[in-house]
Design a protein around this ligand. Structure first.
Ligand code: DX5
Ligand code: ZN
Length: 220
């Protein structure tokens, strides 16, 4: 299986010290920056948009993994690419013309992925999987950091892993929400390879050491 990646979620960073927290991620064993964009419609919360992403990009030395929790994301793909997104994932539930949106992301020069809410069946991915660099499975209801991980995620990962293997693809499986050093090994065993961690990293006493621990556990 592909090497396991850690993507700290900047939603849990200290926005008053964004450069400091960006550099912490640069200097850690993390692989990507996870960037959560919320519009107050698709999810009941508003996070941040282009200016903040541009500010992170200015100092980031690792790819930006941009998770769009916005309605009709096709309206903004080019703008997110322009401010520095490297990977853009859109919710299956947020756009009618998913195929067109994925093409749009790739045409903008980014890697494209789909996100599924917890109750959206894995089976909807069957025909679109070859178009995806990555599938992000939500392990919480999107909108807020610091929520409790939902155990149904394990069986969903297994189903998706089976589908990816059956189609002979190497699509990444990213997990987002409530990931900690207590569940990351079990998530790897189920078949996931990419892990978002927000509060577990940034609310810890030593975020750099926490990232290192997650990376070590995921790759052990
Ligand atoms: C929530 C976001 C997550 C969030 C994860 O909608 O998609 O990326 O930052 O936060 P934790 O790791 O605290 O659950
Ligand atoms: Zn996210």
């Amino acid at each position: 299986m592909a090497s396991k990646l850690i993507a700290p979620s900047m939603l849990a960073a200290d926005f008053g010290n964004l450069q400091r927290d960006t550099e912490m991620v640069n200097n850690s064993e993390a692989d990507w920056f996870h960037i959560d964009v919320m519009d107050g419609h698709f999810v009941p919360n508003i996070s941040y948009g282009m200016p903040v992403i541009a500010a992170i990009k200015k100092h980031a030395t690792k790819p930006l993994d941009v998770h769009l929790m916005i309605e009709k994301p096709e309206r903004y793909i080019e703008e997110f690419a322009k401010v520095g997104a490297d990977i853009i994932t859109v919710h299956y539930e947020s756009t009618v013309h998913l195929h067109r949106t994925l093409r749009q992301i790739k045409d903008a020069g980014c890697k494209a992925g789909i996100v599924l809410n917890i109750t959206t069946p894995i089976s909807v991915l069957e025909d679109i999987l070859p178009e995806c660099y990555m599938i992000l499975l939500m392990s919480i209801n999107p909108g807020f950091g610091g929520q409790k991980f939902e155990d149904v995620t394990y069986q969903r990962i297994k189903k998706l892993r089976q589908m990816i293997d059956q189609q002979g693809l190497n699509t990444r499986i990213e997990i987002d929400g409530g990931v900690t050093d207590k569940n990351i090994e079990k998530l790897v065993d189920a078949g996931a390879d990419t892990f978002v961690a927000g509060s577990h990293v940034f609310k810890s006493d030593n975020p750099t050491a926490t990232i290192k621990k997650l990376k070590t556990l995921a790759n052990s």
